[in-house]
Ligand binder design. Structure first.
Ligand code: SF4
Ligand code: SF4
Length: 216
């Protein structure tokens, strides 16, 4: 399970960096490396592009996991090179950008768009699995997320528009509720479908979300 990212169009990165002459580049050795958006290769490509357009790259590194608390130590180790830069360009997900921001006064700009949390189905093809709704329904939906796998996010059965088991919104995908039905049927648990799911409590998706976890 990874945070899936894509690289922003270079024109947008150019606009974001407008006015900055010296830039420090940071990639991430975990999700962004796996997505081929912010590993060593992409960081070096970005360095070359920025140099071609007349910017100076004061340094670069790939943090093992940019969203991890160890980022604080990593940033302090390169504080001199970072200090020489006008800003940091982060080839990390938004969590990485915000983690780096906590540990430096420099402006940290994103070079990537953070898309979703998902898995790599086949090489270079990623699928969203969870929209982090705060009230997981997988226990009654046979491990398939109706909020994410169904484009309409229906939680009480299908919309009725599916054709031959395929979704009416995306005919290339099997209807999420057909999948749920088939798995429940196979497990002998179709009775789970008769329990009406209350209206989704979207307050748990209100931002910013905070939670206290009791540690025993
Ligand atoms: S119901 Fe779906 S979106 Fe909500 S937590 Fe479970 S998997 Fe994630
Ligand atoms: S066909 Fe199935 S997956 Fe597609 S929108 Fe309707 S219920 Fe959701």
């Amino acid at each position: 399970m990874k945070t899936i990212t894509e690289q922003k169009p270079f024109e947008e990165i150019e606009q974001i960096l407008n006015g900055a002459e010296k830039i420090y580049l940071i990639g991430c050795g975990t999700c962004a490396t796996m997505c081929h958006t912010g590993g060593k290769t992409e960081v070096l490509e970005m360095r070359d592009k920025l140099t071609e357009m007349g910017k100076e790259v004061s340094g670069w590194m790939v943090i093992p996991t940019a969203c991890d608390e160890l980022t604080r130590e990593v940033i302090s180790e390169v504080s001199e090179a970072v200090g020489q830069a006008d800003c940091i360009l982060a080839l990390t997900c938004a969590f990485g950008v915000q983690t780096i921001t906590r540990y430096t006064d420099k402006m940290v700009y994103p070079a990537l768009n953070t898309l979703f949390i998902g898995i790599e189905e086949v090489p270079a093809h990623f699928s969203e699995l969870c929209t982090q709704c705060g009230n997981c329904l997988l226990g009654r939906t046979a491990g398939i997320c109706p909020l994410t796998a169904c484009p309409k996010g229906l939680v009480n059965g299908p919309c009725g528009g599916y054709q031959h088991g395929m979704c009416e919104v995306d005919p290339n995908r099997e209807c999420a509720w057909v999948q749920i039905y088939n798995r429940l049927e196979k497990a002998g648990q179709l009775e789970k479908l008769s329990a009406l799911q209350p209206l989704k409590d979207y307050s748990k998706m209100a931002h910013p979300r905070r939670i206290e976890v009791k540690i025993t």
